[in-house]
Every structure is written in C-alpha cells, then in structure tokens.
Design a protein around this ligand. Structure first.
Ligand SMILES: Nc1ncnc2c1ncn2[C@@H]1O[C@H](COP(=O)(O)OP(=O)(O)O)[C@@H](O)[C@H]1O
Ligand SMILES: [Mg+2]
Length: 231
C-alpha cells in the first residue's frame, strides 16, 4: 500500500545543507498498525509530512497503492491526500464553531453526496468511535479524549487508505491516552484500518504490532509482534 524507497530530505539553512532524512525505506501493507518513534528532532514530523503528502522529499521514491506520488504538483498531491490519508493530530484541530457531526462530515463536502448521506455516514463514524450520543455537541463541550475521538471519526469518514496520527495521545493523560490506543487497536483488528502512529513516547510505540524507530534521520525496524499487538 505505502512504499517509500530511499527517501532523503535536506534543508538548506543559510550556506549549509542539513540532511534530516538519510535514506528512509519503508513498506506498509494493508491492515498494518505501525509506530514510528524516536527522540525529538530525529525527523519524525519531516517523515510524516512526506508520507502525508504535505511535503516533498529531496530524493527517493514514494508510491501509494502502486502510484508514484512524491513529486506531484500541489493540486495532484492534495487530491491524493484527500482521498487516501486521514490525519489525527495531538491538538485535535476541530473547528470550534461546528458541532461534532459537522466536523466529521467536513471532509465529505467536496464529494458529490447529499446532505442526508453525509450526515448518515458522519453519525455512523461517531458511533464507531463511541461518540454516537455527542453529534450535536461543540468541541468546547467535550473532554480532550472525546475531542480526539471526534477527530478520529473525521479521519475515517472519507474511507482513507491510511490513518496517520502525529502524537495522538500527546495532549491526553495516561488513562485517556490508553483509551485512544484501545480504539486504534479496535479499528485495526476489527475493521482492518491501516494506521501509522508517530510518537516520542516508547510506552505508546511498543503497543503497536510493528515498531520502527527513528534515529538522526535513519529508520530502523525494531520488531513485528506475532499475532496481535495489544499491550
Ligand atoms: N523547514 C525546516 N527548515 C529547516 N530545518 C528544519 C525544517 N523542519 C525541520 N527541520 C529540522 O529537521 C530536524 C528534524 O525535525 P522534525 O522532523 O520536526 O523532528 P521530530 O518531529 O522528530 O521532532 C530538526 O533538526 C529540525 O530543526
Ligand atoms: Mg515532531
């Protein structure tokens, strides 16, 4: 599904060029749940931005479902991004003026669907993340964990190939973070949703079936757990 081959990314700062990604090769198959962890500054967000088609590599190749995507123009990249990738962020990024349901259906606005169909699908997603009773609440009326559940429903609603989560438990206390990880496990094992979870927290990282660690721009596979990934 995802295939990154020898991805490099360099930033020019004044006269010097700093190579942040030093040849990352990574294949993620349909239905996997992988964590990418490592210390601050090692290049995780840089890699996430490339996987999420928010940025382009300096060299290397990247294919989603067999189609090369690394070097498209902005329109092409955003088209593939909208169809293929659902994002979950540390700070939820919900729109304060919209209800939970309106936030969830937002990614569907540019698809040719009726309002009724969008709302039905949005409610289905909210139920899936345990928020079926909160569709008409605004983000300010929800706890952090509930807001993250709504954000996960929004990421799922367009039926993406991949959910990409950047520090999804970073703003939550340990208990609520565990509940979010349990939800990710459920989505992965019961619905086959493919997940890549970026985290600096090794306790979160090692709950995934597949664990990769980044160190100074080099990605190393740690392990693939046999039969399931629950802690
Ligand atoms: N736009 C940029 N221009 C220059 N340097 C950058 C830019 N983005 C990130 N970097 C540098 O790349 C390195 C990795 O950053 P980042 O990918 O954000 O790491 P992480 O997410 O693992 O903390 C850091 O040294 C950072 O300063
Ligand atoms: Mg980062």
């Amino acid at each position: 599904m995802l295939s990154l081959n020898n991805i490099r990314k360099a930033y020019r700062i004044g006269p010097t060029e700093v190579e942040v990604l030093k040849g990352v090769t990574l294949d993620v198959a349909n239905g996997e749940m992988i964590s990418i962890s490592g210390p601050s500054g090692c290049g995780k967000s840089t890699l996430m931005n490339i996987i999420g088609l928010l940025d382009r590599p300096t060299s290397g190749s990247y294919a989603i479902d067999g189609a090369e995507v690394a070097y498209g123009d902005d329109d092409a990249l955003s088209g593939v991004r909208n169809r293929s990738i659902g994002f979950v962020f540390q700070q939820y990024h919900l729109l304060a003026k919209l209800t939970a349901l309106e936030n969830v259906t937002l990614p569907l606005v540019y698809r040719n669907e009726t309002q009724a169909a969008m709302e039905a699908r949005g409610m289905e997603m909210l139920r899936q993340v345990g928020m079926g009773a909160r569709g008409h609440h605004r983000p300010s009326e929800l706890s952090g964990g509930q807001q993250q559940r709504v954000a996960i429903a929004r990421a799922l609603v367009g039926q993406p190939t991949l959910i990409l989560a950047d520090e999804p438990t970073g703003a939550l206390d340990t208990q609520v973070g565990q509940e979010i990880m349990a939800l990710f496990h459920e989505l992965n094992t019961e619905q086959g949703i493919t997940l890549a979870i970026i985290t600096h927290d090794p306790r979160i990282a090692r709950q995934c079936k597949r664990v990769a660690e980044m160190h100074e721009g080099v990605l190393k596979e740690q392990f693939v757990r046999e039969g399931g990934g629950h802690p």
